[in-house]
Design a protein around this ligand. Structure first.
Ligand SMILES: [Zn+2]
Length: 66
């Protein structure tokens, strides 16, 4: 099950939820209970110019493993 990050547009509270895709529609802010929450983009969905971002890439020597 994927993890989604949300941000409340009313109080600005950020929170992470573990839920199915179909449940994203009924997300409410755990702090103020507002339904005005916007989903944040997480993971490697963002393309960063010049590498980096996704914390992978080859940075010379030294491998931290998986
Ligand atoms: Zn809120």
């Amino acid at each position: 099950m994927p993890i989604y990050d949300f941000r409340c547009e009313d109080c600005g509270h950020k929170f992470t939820l573990l839920m199915g895709i179909s449940e994203r529609d009924k997300v409410t802010c755990p702090r103020c209970g507002s339904k005005k929450v916007s989903q944040l983009i997480t993971g490697c969905a963002v393309q960063v110019k010049g590498g980096g971002g996704c914390g992978g890439g080859r940075t010379g020597s030294g491998s931290a493993g998986g």
